[in-house]
Every structure is written in C-alpha cells, then in structure tokens.
Ligand binder design. Sequence first.
Ligand SMILES: CC(C)(COP(=O)(O)OP(=O)(O)OC[C@H]1O[C@@H](n2cnc3c(N)ncnc32)[C@H](O)[C@@H]1OP(=O)(O)O)[C@@H](O)C(=O)NCCC(=O)NCCS
Length: 183
Amino acid sequence: MSTHIETQRLILREIRATDLDGMFELDSNPNVHVYLGKKPIKTKAEAQENINKIINQYQTRGIGRFAVIEKASNEFIGWSGLKFNTGEQETLGDKRDFYDVGYRLIERFWNKGYAFETAIASLEYGFNTMNLDTIVGAAETGNIASNKILKKIGLNYIEQFPFENEMINWYELNKNNYAKKMP
Ligand SMILES: CC(C)(COP(=O)(O)OP(=O)(O)OC[C@H]1O[C@@H](n2cnc3c(N)ncnc32)[C@H](O)[C@@H]1OP(=O)(O)O)[C@@H](O)C(=O)NCCC(=O)NCCS
C-alpha cells in the first residue's frame, strides 16, 4: 500500500520500518497515554510490533493509520487516519466492525492544530477515496483535545458509555451528511 496525502503543513503516508525511533518516542511517553489506558510501552521491540500491526492492517483490512510527517522538518510526528476495527479484540462496548478516525502525536508537536489538520484529511480520504458510508470517533470524556477535534471536523455526538473503567463519547458521521457540510 502506497499513500501520499498532503495537507497545508503535513504529509500522511504509510507507516514504514524506518519510523521505529519516532514510534518509540510517541508510545513510551506516559503523557501520550493518559487517555489510552495508561500503558505506555517500554521497549523498541514493542514499537516495532505496533508498526508491524499497522502494516499488516494495510494488507488484510485495506486501511490502517498513516504516519504523519511535518513538511517543514521532514520529521515523523506521529500517526493519524482511519482504522477498520474488527474482530473480538477490537469491539468498544456494543460497537463492532467500524471505521474510526484517530490521531496520536509526539508531545513536542501538540497544540499546533496538526491533529485537526490530519483529521480533516482523513475524512476526505475515507468518504471520497474509500467511499465509506460511515466514519466514527471515540474519545474518553476527559480528553478535551480529542473531543474538540471530533466535533470540529463535523462528527455528531451520539452517546456516552462506560468502557474499561472510563466513560467514552461516541460520534458518527455518514457520507450524506459529510457531503452536505462541505462547501
Ligand atoms: C489528542 C492530540 C492528537 C491532539 O493533537 P493536537 O495537534 O495538539 O490538537 P490540535 O492542535 O489540532 O487541537 C485541537 C483543539 O484542542 C485543543 N487542545 C489541544 N490540547 C489540549 C489540551 N491538553 N487541553 C485542552 N485543549 C487542548 C486545542 O487548543 C484545539 O482547540 P481549538 O479547536 O479551540 O483551537 C494530542 O494531544 C495527542 O496525541 N494526545 C495523545 C493521544 C490521544 O489522546 N489521542 C486521541 C485518542 S481519542
């Protein structure tokens, strides 16, 4: 799978083995994992496993999160994009077999509007290139930045439910409503 999506300041492309150091910086930081189950990784081998999982998803599910590259520095700054959540390990409450939009950035790159910029591009890719019917978003209620982004890109709040001792906000957008919101 070879993908190249450009936004004003960023490039989204498929994740590669050479992203290992960036993936380790990303997922070994406890601050990144506050709203992700609080289990940061400890070794590069775990970062390697995460990369392998995503590459495997490109092949078996036709989609997976993309690496985000900052154009100005050419640095790997994290990942963003769509994931097809399927199988018993990837249910969320009673939700299964859904495409969600997600993002996870290295802390040095937070608060620049980058996650928002990538999320807009992800919706565009999902609805116009993949022709998906529905894209969803899920965020812990305390994750203010993520909830803001999901609302700002036009997803509609549907409901709240408990999952693994946390409360989750669930959002959805379908292709028709997406098309109506576009200029
Ligand atoms: C969530 C995350 C991707 C946001 O990335 P980001 O590039 O900093 O987000 P943006 O700059 O696009 O900001 C989006 C909005 O959230 C706000 N925001 C960002 N960080 C915030 C924080 N810690 N607290 C409150 N608001 C915050 C921004 O001010 C902006 O608000 P605005 O729309 O009113 O301008 C980043 O914090 C991250 O990687 N967190 C760890 C992983 C994670 O939680 N992923 C989401 C799981 S659901």
